[in-house]
Write a protein that binds this ligand. Structure first.
Ligand code: FAD
Ligand code: NDP
Length: 432
């Protein structure tokens, strides 16, 4: 059994949705020539909602409200939209092998799907505690968070835990956003992570201190510089406590784990060039892999960043997924007109009433600025490398202010005096 398409998008997440919209806008295909194959049972949705609106105790976001591409204030792509556009959604279907020489994919039920052009949009999977030698993370009250299925499990766990204790493992994005959601759901939270401070890969100690103090005021306890070693469980297999390396025991009615991700590249191992630096499928500025009929986008793709002198990066953020997806479709349909991607890395988060944005790269010397206060915070930092702005972070900014810091980074604005930059703070970017 088998089917043949001209264009196949493998994966049904954020980048798949944005690629579909770009195909529809450009109209470069006929009905039945384009499909999305996704292991998930639902049409592409805005994954960031899962750790924010989806976890709210009241008025929570639910499908179809957050299908792509509403996250970019664009059209809501419901299953009906795909039908109208003649794009086939092959849902609940896992691809288990790929042969890029034969241009064919094989699904878990043994169907062969062939293509002329393939867009790999398989994203990433959450790392499991088992991969760090800790057993038992399949318990019903231990939650990971990557897809809507995980989010439903988390919502159910929170419902049966109101007033109880949660332990959050990991101090990255999932840890920080889920801890805030748990508190909002009236659950006491202890966060455990190995680093000296939260969001260690991005935040400076000073920025981290601000958020940790804010979380502490909300009732969150931080246990830093250590990891868990095992779980205590009851007769039914539910976790009742987390045991840490130093022997400390934390009672737990539920556990949330966010210890990073791995790009889903395994289908293409040995077939496509993989970036050694950060383990993604290596693509050029057209999002094209080492095989000319295969493109890769989103979390799985390692692509050259012009702003960083062509340094190849694999980014794990939604804006990059959206833009690389649209860029790939443009490159496929109009190769002569499509220049190499010129992407400015952009990350953000929203927790409680806080909201920050970051642009660029966090390398070089750091200068902080602004008001690190609890009422109406408005602070940030610039990273300066070789006399130029390479990165900028801002909490509590306005739309214009975020735009201003992004422009300062995008232009690699020259800095002559570090002390003066600190004095001027946000005004440095705004006045530019
Ligand atoms: P994904 O959206 O992960 O989609 C991959 C798709 O491929 C999935 O549908 C998967 O089922 C499918 N797939 C994989 N392998 C196969 C296979 N073999 N066969 C069939 N289908 C397959 N980023 C931000 O910038 N801001 C945020 O606030 C933010 N919040 C987030 C919150 C959560 C809870 C999570 C998990 C991520 C968040 N991110 C955020 C990151 C952002 O969602 C990702 O960068 C983005 O989803 C990447 O898009 P993608 O299409 O590459 O991968
Ligand atoms: P992150 O990489 O952000 O953070 C993982 C954290 O877990 C790090 O602090 C890491 O420390 C720590 N860690 C690693 N191993 C262990 C361990 N054995 N025990 C305890 N802690 C450990 O990954 P997340 O899981 O938080 O997020 C997953 C993905 O979701 C990311 O791609 C992220 O970009 C995305 N996401 C993005 C959001 C946003 O942009 N707003 C929101 C939610 C998710 P170390 O650094 O030392 O390895």
């Amino acid at each position: 059994m088998g089917r043949a398409f001209v264009y196949v998008i493998l994966g049904g997440g954020v980048s798949a949705g944005y690629a579909a919209l770009e195909f529809a806008r450009r109209g470069g295909y006929s009905r039945g020539e384009l499909c999305i194959i996704s292991e998930e049972a639902v049409a592409p949705y805005e994954r960031p909602a899962l750790s924010k609106g989806y976890l709210l105790p009241e008025g929570a976001a639910r499908l179809p409200g957050f299908h792509t591409c509403v996250g970019a204030n664009d059209e809501l792509l419901t299953p009906k939209w795909y039908k109208e556009q003649g794009i086939e959604l092959i849902l609940g279907t896992k691809v288990i092998s790929a042969d890029v020489r034969r241009k064919a994919l094989v699904t878990a039920v043994g169907e062969t799907i062939s293509y002329k052009t393939l867009i790999i949009a398989t994203g990433a999977r959450a790392l499991k505690l088992e991969e760090f030698g800790i057993q038992g993370s399949d318990a019903e009250n231990i939650c990971y968070l990557r897809n809507i299925h995980d989010a439903d499990k988390l919502v159910n766990a929170m419902k049966s835990c109101s007033g109880g204790n949660a332990v959050v493992i990991g101090g990255g994005y999932i840890g920080m956003e889920c801890a805030a959601a748990l508190v909002t759901n009236k659950i006491r939270v202890t966060m455990v992570f190995p680093e000296k401070h939260c969001m260690a890969r991005l935040f400076t100690p000073r920025i981290a201190e601000y958020y940790e103090n804010y979380y502490t005021l909300k009732g969150v306890t931080f246990v830093k510089g250590t990891v868990l070693t095992s779980f205590e469980k009851d007769a039914t297999g539910k976790v009742t406590a987390v045991i840490l390396k130093d022997g400390k025991r934390l009672p737990a009615d539920m556990v949330v784990v966010g210890i990073g991700i791995r790009a889903n590249t395994s289908l293409f191992e040995g077939q496509l060039v993989v970036s050694m630096v950060n383990d993604g499928i290596k693509v050029n500025g057209q999002m094209q892999t080492s095989e000319s009929s295969v493109y890769a986008v989103g979390d799985v793709a390692a692509f050259p960043i012009k702003l960083f002198d062509g340094d190849v990066r694999r980014l794990e953020h939604v804006d990059s997924a959206r833009r690389t997806a649209r860029h790939a479709v443009s490159a496929i349909l109009e190769p002569a007109k499509t220049r190499d991607i010129n992407y400015l890395p952009f990350f953000y988060s929203r927790v409680f009433t806080l909201s920050w944005q970051f642009y660029g790269d966090n390398v070089g010397e750091v200068v902080h600025f602004g008001e690190f206060t609890n009422s109406s915070p408005r602070f940030g930092a610039y990273w300066v490398n070789k006399g130029r702005i390479t990165g900028a972070f801002l909490e509590g900014g306005s739309r214009e202010e975020y735009e201003a810091i992004s422009v300062a980074v995008g232009r690699k604005t020259k800095v002559t005096e570090m002390a003066e930059l600190g004095k001027q703070g946000l005004a440095f970017a705004v006045q530019e």
